[in-house]
Unconditional design. Structure first.
Length: 74
């Protein structure tokens, strides 16, 4: 998955830390699958909850992914 460009739905700040935002792809079922954590907003100052963003996956962990926003909101 690392290097793939995907569209993400921004869900808001992570409960774990305000430095990360949680998101999901069309492939992630809420409450069942892992999450996508956004740690880089790219050229954006902030993200909006409920908006879609194009992002590149930068890390893949056992259950979760980490991404960098490259475009949006879409």
């Amino acid at each position: 998955m690392v290097g793939r460009e995907l569209v993400l739905l921004a869900e808001g700040e992570s409960d774990e830390t305000p430095l990360l935002w949680e998101a999901r792809t069309e492939f992630h079922a809420p409450e069942i699958d892992g999450k996508v954590y956004i740690n880089d907003f790219g050229e954006l100052d902030a993200l909006e909850v409920g908006q879609f963003y194009k992002a590149v996956i930068t890390e893949a962990h056992e259950y979760d992914l980490v991404a960098r926003v490259v475009e949006g909101p879409l």
